[in-house]
Design a binder for this molecule. Sequence first.
Ligand code: GAR
Length: 211
Amino acid sequence: MLKLCVLVSGGGTNLQAILDAIEAGKITNAEVAAVISNNPNAFALQRAKRAGIEHVCVSPKSFAERRLFNRALLEKIRSYEPDLIVLAGCMVVLPKELIAAYPNRIINIHPALIPAFCGTGYYGLTVHEKVLERGAKITGATVHFVDEGTDTGPIILQKAVEVLQDDTPETLQRRVMEQAEWVIMPEAINLIANGRVSVENGKVRIDGGDR
Ligand code: GAR
């Protein structure tokens, strides 16, 4: 059974999609061991509570120095002995030590088709604002492994979503979540939990076909 530690910062709709997929049997061989938020007011913590899952806040604001926060976060994650760390709307820059400690064992959902609209400064609603500013006709979401760069790790799954003429950042964000994020995040976890994902030469291979 793959033990997941899910890191969140906000609403937690991706966390909910994971919990629902486990409940529905769409993710097998995996369980959420804990949910960690940097933000004490994240609604994701309420979702974890409602599901009876261990949840905790580790906030940078509670520490005098970033170094101390980084250490506390790493220790907290280690205490749950996770097999996979899932960044589900986690807006914290991860400590280098954490990334080094879990190579190809941290995944992230990004609300665009990497390598478009990604990197430093591209997070949450801002991504969709930039997609609309540029007049892109197609966007989507990406699940990828996390390496030391920003949105640079091996891509696991992607799903395209149409941009509509009258979209606002909010309507586009909602459609990308519904049509892409909540689909590919659970799917990627299920593939990993069932031993179908490997990384070769920096690229992901999915055994038994593309999906
Ligand atoms: C999601 O759209 C996710 O893709 C994005 O934050 C949102 C969190 O929503 N993540 C990033 O932008 C990471 N760079 P949620 O809390 O409802 O799951």
